[in-house]
Design a protein around this ligand. Structure first.
Ligand SMILES: Nc1ncnc2c1ncn2[C@@H]1O[C@H](COP(=O)(O)OP(=O)(O)OP(=O)(O)O)[C@@H](O)[C@H]1O
Ligand SMILES: [Mg+2]
Length: 462
């Protein structure tokens, strides 16, 4: 017991998150160094005292700790902006949880506070830069806004034309639009075209990629924040407000954390948002267009999915509309001729056959890159098979082998994971001899990977 107590003490006191515990009388019983730093106090100034004595600006109704210590109901992920005792503005995300004794009676409450002030500063800088880019300066406006129109989208295939017709119709409505398509199928093109064909074309078009940004940063960038009560820090509208009257394009929406998806849904439903640290709601008039390559049912909250699914436009992959390849080739040859100063006239029938046989995993972007590459080896005449990138010349088995190996490795690792690393059992489920499996485990370095994973998990403290 003593050891566990000591362990807790070490862990809590070194936590980066502020931890503050009160009993049911409102007296602070635990207050770690991180909490003290955030509040601009010393732990001794808080420990053993009543919360309202130390924080006179609070009262029984506004102190989350006192509220939870009274009601026993948790308050999760509440964002706060406040000025601490040293006059420093702090933005935090707090979760306040009740503490119950063994017989189920309330003992007090603990608040875990994450300091997101740094994140918020970063968000403010990003928003300021974006605001400057979207300013009225016509020189930068074109670059940042929507450049493409429906006429820029090349293709005559029925599958593509159907999507474009529905997209053009949707442009005249106010409904949210969800664009789905593999990488390089032209999602960006379609989204910009919809904005430009809409009544909002003279209003801002603002795009934000939702992948690869931490949740709190994306939150502040999208929804904005307000200054703390005592400092000179400025209020910041988020991208939603910058896009007011226009279109907000949320790319790779599937990467947006669920909690933010809920916030997005609220804005879609109410037409109002609340900036970080703000008490009032603001009206926004923004049309939302989202794009993603993954199956939206797998990656979106069901309620948000149904809200966005009003107009769903699915761009076909190039391999499903190969009849468009010649047209696209002509388009890209023309484009790169003028960029590279070449005079290439077209594609020979043999080369065209090879292009038609290819599966184009990178879709139109891959085709565009392919033509650009060809024009680096040829300045006039017709593109021949030998001008095509090297992978067009590799025999099919050579392409198949790495693919098969990847598949085999996955199946083997899955079987090993399911059987808890039992080689005999895994060999059984895979239907191969034990020795074969052992050999393959060596080939795919199963044991090395296992060891590395264990090591990593320990480092991450899982
Ligand atoms: N139908 C088309 N006609 C002409 N060019 C196209 C077409 N579709 C895509 N492109 C070109 O292909 C490239 C990729 O398109 P885009 O950026 O719109 O793809 P994306 O679907 O957004 O891909 P990602 O998922 O990788 O972001 C761009 O250079 C675009 O101009
Ligand atoms: Mg894109």
């Amino acid at each position: 017991m003593h050891l566990e107590h000591a362990l807790l003490e070490v862990v809590l006191s070194h936590s980066n998150e502020g931890i503050h515990m009160v009993d049911t009388a409102g007296i602070t019983r635990y207050y770690n160094r991180a909490a003290a730093t955030m509040d601009g106090l010393e732990p001794e100034e808080v420990l053993g005292k009543h919360v309202l004595e130390v924080f006179p600006s609070l009262d029984k109704g506004t102190s989350t700790l006192l509220k939870v210590a009274r009601t026993g109901k948790p308050i999760v992920d509440q964002q706060q902006v406040y000025t601490n005792f040293r006059g420093v503005e702090i933005s935090s995300v707090n979760t306040t949880l009740p503490i119950f004794g063994q017989e189920g009676h309330l003992l007090g409450a603990v608040e875990v506070a994450q300091d997101i002030s740094g994140t918020r500063k970063l968000a403010e800088q990003i928003i300021d830069l974006r605001r400057r880019l979207h300013s009225e300066d016509p020189a930068t406006k074109g670059e940042q806004g929507a450049r493409y129109h429906f006429s820029d989208i090349i293709g005559e295939s029925r599958t593509l034309r159907e999507v474009l017709t529905r997209g053009a119709l949707a442009a005249h409505t106010e409904s949210p639009v969800m664009v789905i398509g593999e990488t390089g199928t032209g999602k960006e093109l379609l989204v910009q075209s919809i904005h430009n064909a809409s009544m909002r074309s003279h209003r801002p078009f603002i795009a934000q990629n939702c992948a690869a940004l931490p949740e709190s940063l994306l939150d502040a960038i999208l929804f904005g924040s307000v200054k703390g009560s005592f400092t000179g820090a400025q209020d910041r509208p988020g991208l939603f407000e910058l896009a007011n009257g226009g279109t907000l394009f949320l790319d790779e929406l599937n990467a947006m954390p669920f909690q933010l998806q809920a916030k997005l849904l609220r804005v879609l439903e109410t037409g109002e948002l609340r900036r970080l640290g703000d008490v009032r709601s603001r009206k926004v008039d923004v049309r939302i267009i989202v794009a993603m390559s993954a199956d939206p049912r797998q990656s979106l909250r069901p309620d948000l999915f149904y809200r966005l699914n009003v107009v769903a436009l699915e761009l076909p992959p190039l391999r499903q509309r190969k009849e468009d390849i010649p047209l696209l080739c002509r388009h890209f040859i023309k484009r790169f001729n003028s960029r590279l100063g070449t005079r290439v006239q077209g594609v020979t029938p043999e080369a065209a056959k090879m292009l038609a046989a290819w599966q184009w995993p990178g879709n139109i972007r891959e085709l565009s890159n392919c033509i650009e590459s060809c024009l680096n080896f040829r300045s006039e005449g017709y593109i021949e098979p030998k001008d095509l990138p090297e992978h067009f010349h590799r025999p099919a088995e050579k392409l198949l082998r790495p693919e098969l190996e990847r598949l085999e490795k996955n199946m083997i690792f899955q079987a090993m994971n399911r059987t808890g690393g039992n080689i005999s059992k895994a060999a059984d489920t895979l239907g191969i001899p034990r020795q074969t499996l052992q050999r393959k485990l060596g080939k795919y370095k199963w044991h090395d990977i296992c060891n590395k994973n264990n090591h990593q998990q320990k480092q991450e403290g899982k």
